[in-house]
Structures are given as C-alpha cells and as structure tokens.
Unconditional design. Sequence first.
Length: 276
Amino acid sequence: MPELPEIETMRRAIRPGVMGRRITAVEVRQPKVVADLDATEFANRLLGRTFTDLTRRGKAIVAWMDDGQRMVMRMGMTGCVVVAPHDHPEDRHTHIVISLDDGDELRFSDMRRFGRFWLFRADDEDTSGIRNLGPEPDDPALTAEYLEERLGGCRRAIKTCLLDQSVVTGIGNIYSDEILFECGIDPSCQAYRLDRADWEKLADEIPRCMRFFVENNEMSPDEWLESMGREYRNTPYIRIYGHSGEPCPVCGTTLVRKVVGGRSSVSCPMCQREHR
Ligand SMILES: [Zn+2]
C-alpha cells in the first residue's frame, strides 16, 4: 500500500500534465469509484473545468478546479493516476478517464478497486476523511510537545500510534518501522512509557524520514507513466521493513518480525529499547 512518499511521487509526476488544462470529456467506467456522488453528476460537474492546482493531504491527492471545486483522489491498495497521450496503451484496470484539451488523458487505474474519488464544491462538507487528519510530517506543529501531549498517556504500542492518521498523517506500515528503528524505540513499546528524549527523536525523525524517501523516489512524468506506479525507487533505502532474519545494518543482530496491533513489524532486539 502506498504511503506518503509514494503518493507524493505520484503528485509531482502528474502535476505538470494537468496544470492549466481544461477538461473536455469525463468517462467513468466503474461508478463505485466515485464516492458520495452519482457518476453522471461527477462527470457533468467536471466537464469544461480547468485544473488550477494539484496538492496532497496525507495519502490523498487533491485536484483544484477553476470554479472552486476540488476532486479528492485516494489510491487505496493499488490505485494509480497517470497522464498519458490518448493513443498510449491503457492499463486494463482503468476505471476513470478524464480527457484534457491538449489531447492527453488523466487516467485512474486500480486492480483491487479500493481507490475512491470525491468531488466537492467550495462550501461542501468534506466526506473524504481529510478533515480528521493530523498534521503533515513537515508541519511545524508536529513537535515533541505535540506528540507527548497526544500520545503520552496512551497504552497502545507506539507503532500503532504512528499509524493513527489523526495523530500524524502519511505514515504506514513500512515507514513506521523505519522511523522507530532510527529512533531506537521498540515498535511494541507502549506510548506512555516513552520519555521526553524519545518524543524529541520522533519529532525530528518523522519529517526527516519522509523527506528522505520522497527524494529517493523521484521520477519524471515520462518515467512515472512507464512505471504505472509499480516501481518504487526508494525500496533499496529501506533498512528494516521486509528484512526480518537479516543482520541489523547497525549492530549485526538478527532482525526479528513480530505482530504489533495486528500489523507485521520488524525491529532489532539490540538497537530498539522496550522501556519496561
Ligand atoms: Zn541493531
């Protein structure tokens, strides 16, 4: 499942292709992809509109229109958005095609069909879940004080807390393992057992980790179209997730896999403290 760095890669790769482009046709082949709105109304309201910006909030991409509408796109497990010339071969799981006035198409494909699109007018209530998201990793509001205040009394495992999108948005199973390794904190450690130094480390490491993996995943629009979201250039930089049974990159101890809050987690028994 894509996390913040992979969604940011997608946003940066497709943004140049849609900016300032007018929508000349909208084809919804899989109506259930459009949430909370009839697919025909979705298409009619987008027709003739022009893209003015493409932003990201957590793991959602938000396309802004010239009339104040915004289209919120969530990728689910396997969703992918590309900008392609109209004669470029189509992915066979393509569910939405938005034609642009330069002949290109914004295409949404999704094999597992968990991805969703919403369309809101400026004064509509946002039902996409964005309203409930916590700060972005690079938000100055994400401080040690904030984390300690939100989680300092929490009995859940710190890994589970980092996956809670209302605390901080964008972190999933992969990067929570990477962040906790860099901070030397065991993923199963209950949040209330962490001390001030731990919260400081987390507040520093969360934005650093996300920035690092965004930078190492960068792709041009053409490279993105060819990869169709299936290529992750930052995978070689992942040190912990998926490496159970291998030696710790710092101390050489065998990395262990355990289940924390129902999610698979990898950690080093030597480098990461449990705070008992
Ligand atoms: Zn180690």
